[in-house]
Design a protein around this ligand. Structure first.
Ligand code: HEC
Length: 200
């Protein structure tokens, strides 16, 4: 049986009040940007704690150990660097090798190069927010469905847990960084043949 009170004026008033209240809360939340004044500042914070620069900013060696090359912030593996000069078969079968820049990685998957995340056309300059979200949620290259899966060590499997608002903030921060022209090379397939399929 339908409750008559559903159409009662008092209830409608309460419901309207509730809507006003939730709307107000979400506006306040959106304005606070995780405690930061702007979406870009919140994004910068998330990029820092998400350690994106650890892999996407080339390092230079200093007496204190590897340090970010700040002129190349988040610009990915430098295109002009030669392919890592390591015994590929050994690195692929025994473990991992990484360049001094900490931007090219050799492992059982072949060679992967960290991407350019700056707003240059060789980076994410032409990307839509939607593409960025698809890339980090589903791990497909350039966020285009049907593309290859992103290779290690890109931790998209953890990053897919960022909320929509967090991913949008990260994207807006990346779009605000200095564009660096750097067409990162395509990854290389493994040198070793794929492992034999397990015996049933
Ligand atoms: C441990 C190293 C590592 C960390 C940390 C990391 N990345 Fe990556 N990322 C990579 C590598 C390597 C690639 C290239 C993978 C490939 O080509 O398959 C990549 C690729 C990407 C791509 C895809 C680019 C394309 O052209 O499809 C995006 C977007 C990206 N990273 C964003 C981020 C963001 C944002 C963060 C921080 C929240 C981050 N990454 C942290 C290593 C890392």
């Amino acid at each position: 049986m339908q409750k008559k009170s559903r159409h009662h004026f008092g209830d409608a008033g309460r419901i309207a009040g509730h809507f006003r209240c939730t709307q107000q809360e979400s506006t306040t939340e959106a304005k606070s940007y995780g405690g930061y004044e702007t979406q870009v500042k919140w994004g910068e914070h998330l990029v820092t704690v998400g350690a994106c620069g650890d892999c996407h900013t080339p390092k230079k060696m200093t007496p204190m150990g590897p340090a970010d090359d700040s002129s190349l912030l988040l610009s990915g593996h430098p295109a002009q660097m030669p392919v890592p000069d390591v015994d590929r078969k050994m690195a692929e079968s025994k473990g991992l090798a990484v360049t001094q820049t900490l931007t090219a990685w050799v492992g059982p998957w072949g060679v992967s190069y960290s991407a350019n995340l700056t707003p240059d056309s060789t980076g994410i300059g032409m990307w839509s927010e939607e593409q960025f979200m698809v890339a980090l949620r589903t791990g497909v290259a350039k966020g285009i469905k049907g593309n290859r899966l992103l290779l290690p060590p890109m931790p998209w499997n953890s990053f897919k847990n960022f909320s929509d608002d967090e991913l949008k903030a990260i994207f807006s921060y990346l779009k605000s960084t200095k564009p660096v022209n750097n067409a990162v090379p395509q990854p290389l397939p493994p040198d070793l043949p794929p492992p034999a399929s397990p015996v049933q």
